[in-house]
Design a protein around this ligand. Structure first.
Ligand code: ATR
Length: 281
């Protein structure tokens, strides 16, 4: 699609931004839907984040995604926040309003649930979930599960105090347990989510014994590089439903695309393989 003077422009703000798969992903949708628009990588250092965000309306941007390390800092620059962004304390999607204001939202929680549901049919209502990790990714996952009506969300983390702080902050069905209690937690879990960085390319492996899990437990790794982590391989080996993390990345992108470019895009197998081509080692 050739850009015209009417092109709708959005992008992703990160530092560095070279690792971001978002330009490839949004570029696919723009081409597929024949939209006169562009989605570009924007390398913005932390000390220029505020100026960059405030400049989006002046440049005529429809909005932007915000990625590492700016998701928390971006909160302060937004004029309004949706429930998820406020609760999770991080913004990943910004929409520039007609009046030039910045509306911040967090679509990671919804992307996590949408992927889990599309790939395994999992519905959190009344279910028991075990979440490994208590960092930024775990916050989005735990909040999403609690908000969707999970009966129990047990946060298991190497540093117990971080899990306890998360449980105290979100309340409701959240409970914190130390890592050595994992086998006991897994014995009653309907869902296991790895929201730590373990198992990621270049990180230490995640070593978990899945034998306590029941036959109907769904296992979800939010790590997507590599796509097939040891955790998922082990889960499949036991005949369990195993959901990889790539779909969360694809699903979290859809709401922003719809609001900037006016069409709701679909998360399809063709999109998955297009993004995957870029992830292959
Ligand atoms: P993110 O925002 O991507 O979630 P983070 O805030 O650095 O990143 O969180 C990383 C998570 O992976 C944390 O839960 C961390 O555990 P700690 O809170 O104890 O640091 C977990 N993690 C990272 N390396 C780990 C390791 N070697 N063993 C166990 N947990 C680990």
């Amino acid at each position: 699609m050739t850009l015209t003077g009417h092109s709708r422009i959005a992008g992703v703000i990160g530092w560095p931004v070279t690792h971001s798969r978002s330009p490839r992903l949004h570029g696919y949708w723009l081409r597929e839907l024949g939209i006169d628009g562009a989605y570009i990588p924007l390398a913005v250092p932390p000390d220029r984040l505020d100026a960059a965000l405030k400049g989006l309306p002046a440049l005529g941007f429809r909005g932007a995604n915000v990625t590492v390390p700016h998701k928390t800092a971006a909160l302060a620059a937004c004029d309004s926040l949706d429930r998820a962004a406020r609760a999770i304390g991080a913004v990943n999607t910004i929409v520039v309003g007609a009046d030039g204001t910045l509306a911040g939202s967090n679509t990671d929680a919804m992307g996590f649930l949408a992927n889990l549901n599309q790939e395994s049919g999992f519905v959190p209502t009344g279910k028991r979930a075990a979440v490994l990790g208590a960092g930024g990714a775990a916050r989005a996952v735990a909040w999403a599960l609690a908000d969707a009506g999970a009966g129990a969300v047990t946060v298991v983390n190497r540093t117990l105090s971080r899990a306890e702080a998360l449980a105290a902050e979100f309340g409701g069905p959240l409970v914190a347990r130390p890592w050595p209690a994992l086998a006991e937690v897994l014995a009653t879990a309907d869902l296991l989510v790895n929201a730590t960085s373990l198992g990621m390319q270049g990180a230490a492996p995640l070593e978990v014994d899945l034998s306590p899990l029941g036959a109907n437990t769904v296992v979800n790794d939010i790590v997507y590089s590599p796509l097939e982590t040891d955790l998922l391989r082990q889960a499949r080996g036991r005949g369990l439903a195993a959901v990889d993390g790539l779909g969360m990345l694809l699903h979290q992108a859809a709401p922003g695309f719809e609001r900037w470019f006016g069409t709701r895009p679909a998360v399809t197998p063709a999109l998955r393989s297009f993004v995957l081509q870029d992830l292959a080692p």
